[in-house]
Design a protein around this ligand. Sequence first.
Ligand code: CDV
Length: 326
Amino acid sequence: MTRQLTIGAAQLGPVNRSDERGAVVERLLALLHQGERRGVELVVFPELALTTFFPRWYVDDLTETDHFYETEMPNAATQPLFDEARRLGIGFALGFAERTLDSTGATTHRYNSQILVERDGSVVATYRKMHIPGHADHEPDRPFQHAERHYFEPGPDGFGVWHAFGGLVGMAICNDRRWPETYRVMGLQGVEVVLIGYTTPIHYVPDPSQDALAGFHNRLVMSSGAYQNGTWVVGVAKAGPEEGVELLGQSSIIAPSGEVVAQTLTTRDELITATCDLDWCARYKQTLFDFDRYRLPEHYTRITAQRGVIEPPRLTEPPSDPRGQQ
Ligand code: CDV
């Protein structure tokens, strides 16, 4: 008997600024019910699923955006999702903006978070995004902001892996998926399924030459992470034209071989599913990527000892430029 887990990647189309939480939760419930009809045991929703991607606007006073954050989970708006998922025996992962409070009700932290809930309704973990992209200050020359570094601080907990859904489950959020360290830290904990919500504008303002490659890069990073760590990866987008910004879809479920086994065809609310054989991971973890046998951590110390690039010293003076010798 192999360990099979049927997973649904529940892509969302745009969520506009004026959309009430209740209306969004209705859409999540519709996707959950589709999942039930297809035998899904775990549904994965996108990053910041309950609201529009508000870091595209800059406000000086963060408190003006407090309404975009959840201060408890579940809460009145999301309780119907928690209740229905438990009634159906389906687990889920849900991205949301989180604002933590002290005993007086004052805000202590703002995180970009993703909660994982088991089939019996118990909370497995909350992951808080660590690789926060974009900028912290207002950049008025941009067509839209990506001010995540203004709205969120990096999560304090690292990349955990949890015993859940009959296997070993990890989480990451959007920009985390571009960094090999994300997957490897989870790979070193034996991860078998990585759940990733994302919101990726197709127009990359700092270098528009990357726009045409947005889908390629999305697949490249998630397939590499899957293959190099022998794990399933489930990447789920908020897609389509949200408040005038076109967001990448291409939500996908990727096998430990790096092959995409399911991918969305639209940029709307759409559920794709795959029955994932968790024992397939061992084929990679025990052969090419047998970490214990083949890794050389003594040669990887730079990865944790330094952040940016340090070029090696030059051993000889560079040859003089002949054009300079008049
Ligand atoms: N929400 C994100 O983290 N978005 C980023 C930016 C850089 C486009 C991403 O990596 O997709």
